[in-house]
Design a protein around this ligand. Structure first.
Ligand code: TYM
Length: 393
């Protein structure tokens, strides 16, 4: 076990709810009580040195990707030429990815380039059906397909990427799912996820093994030619509980423990106390939004500058609570520009509408470029990524 403390579900962040006190940033530190480590400057240096021609990703240097479990083990394997794969996923409750998801998938693509390795991406149409009373199974399946197109548009290498939907791939995974189920006592799942017994459908309780199973390479025996290898999982921190459980049971299955690399959330438009979420229309910028929708949404984002212009000139903005500035930390690639905005906005020289305008221009470009790439992803391309085939690693 990584830690003897029970995984606490009363923090700001759990697998199925992310929300803290209004007017305060989310507390991301809880994870350190459960065996995760922060990404040290030493570790950043090691990552930077893997490929001199690939600059360190800004999400890493800005500590938005901030914690890990056993990442060093993966760096070591890479340095001695031993294979591992990358595993991530998406549970689509909307037709499109949002800007927060885009960051996680772009970062995963960066890891694919960095390690030149195979990526498997799980689409949990089953999870969304079980956890969202408003969605039919057909809707969940069709959202999964639309989201697969979005994910492909992030630029994954078609030769080294396999994408699967649980409702279709279950047969291939079932033996591993069974082994995982047998290792997980009901009480452990109940307390790890905070499931209430009254009114909780049994599908919810039986779902976690489905997300845990792909941590083990035997789920992909054709793709990996029966080779046993560990995986590295990039995700935002809400998903950690699944992978902490995977690590806890790996020794019972006599399989390698997965490693995890965790990111913080792109906040909601409504404030930094919650994440941007596809299920809350008011919180979110979708990758399908039109320019006028984006302009309107960013204008309405919660500001860290309050009072009159005169007051702002005197006191400046609180950057920690300013949604537009926090988004810039995710999407403005140039450190110098970002620092300059931070300095002048904090002092009150730059105003909130000006910062929102800078952000709007960047987001409009990201969304337009994304939509162009997405338009190229036709059904044949989806079929190529979903095809069960031998993958080089
Ligand atoms: P889902 O669909 O909620 O989210 C997909 C991925 O995006 C991360 N994420 C965010 N990242 C930054 N800012 C946000 N506002 C934000 N909201 C969500 C999530 O942490 C996730 O990494 N159960 C999963 C699907 C899944 C999965 C996996 C995720 C299956 N297997 C393996 C990661 C790794 C889900 O519903 O994710």
């Amino acid at each position: 076990m990584d830690s003897k403390v029970e995984y606490k579900t009363t923090s700001d962040i759990t697998a199925y709810k992310v929300s803290g006190d209004k007017g305060k940033a989310l507390n991301y530190d809880n994870i350190f009580q459960f065996g995760a480590e922060s990404i040290s400057t030493d570790l950043l240096e090691k990552i930077r040195n893997i490929r001199k021609d690939l600059p360190l990703h800004p999400l890493l240097s800005r500590q938005i990707v901030y914690a890990h479990r056993d990442l060093e083990k993966m760096l070591h394997l890479h340095s001695i030429g031993k294979p591992f794969y990358i595993y991530t996923g998406r549970g689509a409750s909307s037709k499109s990815l949002h800007l927060g998801h885009l960051n996680v998938f772009s970062f995963t693509k960066y890891l694919q380039d960095l390690f030149d390795t195979t990526v498997v991406i799980q689409m949990t149409d089953d999870e969304k059906f079980l956890f969202n009373d408003k969605l039919s199974l057909d809707q969940c399946k069709s959202y999964a397909i639309e989201n697969i197109k979005d994910i492909i548009a992030c630029g994954f290498n078609p030769k080294k990427t396999f994408i699967f939907q649980n409702t279709e791939y279950m047969g291939e995974m079932y033996s591993t799912v069974l082994q995982v189920q047998k290792c997980l006592p009901f009480n452990q799942i109940k307390s790890a996820f905070g499931f209430e017994l009254d009114g909780c459908n049994i599908g919810k309780v039986s779902y976690p093994p489905l997300q845990i199973a792909p941590c083990f390479s035997q789920c992909f025996s054709t793709q990996f030619n029966n080779q046993v290898m560990p995986c590295l999982i990039p995700c935002a921190v809400d998903q950690d509980v699944f992978f902490k459980l995977s690590r806890d049971i790996a020794h019972k299955l006599k399989l390698p423990k997965p490693s995890v690399i965790h990111s913080k959330f792109l906040p909601s438009l409504l404030g930094v106390h919650e994440k941007m979420s596809a299920s809350d229309e008011k919180s979110v910028i979708f990758m399908t939004d039109t320019p006028s929708q984006i302009i309107k949404k960013i204008k309405s984002a919660m500001s860290g500058s309050t009072g009159t212009l005169e007051q702002h000139r005197k006191t400046g903005a609180n950057l920690d609570l300013d949604v537009a500035f926090q988004y810039l930390r995710f999407v403005e690639p140039d450190d110098e520009k970002l620092n300059n905005i931070a300095d002048t906005y904090k002092k009150g020289t730059l105003t909130s509408p000006e910062v929102k305008k800078i952000l709007t221009d960047i987001v409009l470009k990201i969304v337009v470029d994304f939509q162009l790439a997405r338009a190229q992803v036709i059904d044949e391309v989806v079929a190529q990524f979903k095809c069960i085939r031998n993958l080089p690693y």
